[in-house]
Design a binder for this molecule. Structure first.
Ligand SMILES: Cc1cc2nc3c(=O)[nH]c(=O)nc-3n(C[C@H](O)[C@H](O)[C@H](O)COP(=O)(O)OP(=O)(O)OC[C@H]3O[C@@H](n4cnc5c(N)ncnc54)[C@H](O)[C@@H]3O)c2cc1C
Length: 208
């Protein structure tokens, strides 16, 4: 649940393909299920009046075999759709963009961009993508699916309990989520002639 100050944004995870069954059971049955889970007055679920207020977001985890063609490069979700597990999809998309800038800025500036440069972006970003997706699928299958299948309270797997109880281990998931398996640092050089006037953004910064 995310507090959006004047409303709560709630994610309600259901097994793939089961949303139609929920709809058939009706909004009242859905409200009842929700009321049991809400950490607030159960009547808050009454806010949900129609299915119009419920959006189904289907999760996909996949990737293109080839991220490029002459004159075209796919990065981020266009190259590899990420699951919401871990909240890392945006990080990977930005890291792809930084890697692409580092590898393509110079050949673009010199007008010598060739397929091998695009290929180099995929080569650099493929393994962190594949490894992160594997981790997401592992967590999805081992933790989320078993939690969804059980009706009673679920216990976190042993590995997860160990990680959260040992301080040195506790930092590892934080690093993987926050920094990623292959961090990227922009190393492009800003090239601007002395005569160039400041950009609109620079003028804005100056007046601020
Ligand atoms: C339910 C769900 C929850 C998620 N939660 C998280 C989270 O908490 N944290 C996290 O890091 N990741 C999360 N993700 C993953 C994350 O949303 C994606 O990995 C990330 O947004 C990918 O960024 P992107 O820029 O590659 O693509 P997108 O964010 O999809 O951006 C693509 C943009 O292109 C635009 N576009 C499409 N077609 C055209 C066109 N023809 N012309 C012009 N524009 C076009 C789209 O409107 C969109 O704005 C979640 C994913 C799902 C499905």
């Amino acid at each position: 649940m995310l507090n959006r100050s004047d409303y709560w944004q709630c994610a309600y995870v259901v097994p793939k393909g089961s949303f139609d069954n929920k709809k058939t059971a009706g909004i009242a049955a859905f409200r009842e299920e929700l009321a049991q889970l809400l950490q607030m007055e159960p009547d808050r679920a009454e806010e949900l009046e129609t299915w119009e207020q419920v959006k189904l977001l289907s999760v996909q985890v996949n990737r293109l075999e080839t991220w490029w063609r002459s004159g075209l490069l796919c990065i981020g979700d266009a190259a590899h759709a990420m699951s919401p597990v871990g909240g890392v999809g945006v990080n990977l998309a930005v890291q792809d963009a930084v890697a692409a800038a580092n590898l393509l800025a110079d050949p673009l500036r010199r007008s010598v961009l060739a397929d091998r440069h695009l290929q180099a972006v995929q080569r650099r970003r493929m393994w962190p993508t594949r490894a992160t997706q594997r981790l997401q699928i592992l967590i999805q299958d081992r933790v989320l699916l078993s939690a969804l299948r059980k009706r009673s309270n679920v216990r976190a797997p042993l590995a997860l309990r160990l990680i959260s109880s040992i301080p040195v281990l506790r930092d590892i998931p934080g690093r993987i989520v926050g920094i990623g398996l292959r961090p990227e640092h922009a190393n492009t050089v800003v090239v601007r002639s002395e005569a160039t006037s400041p950009t609109r953004w620079e003028r804005h910064l100056h007046t601020e």
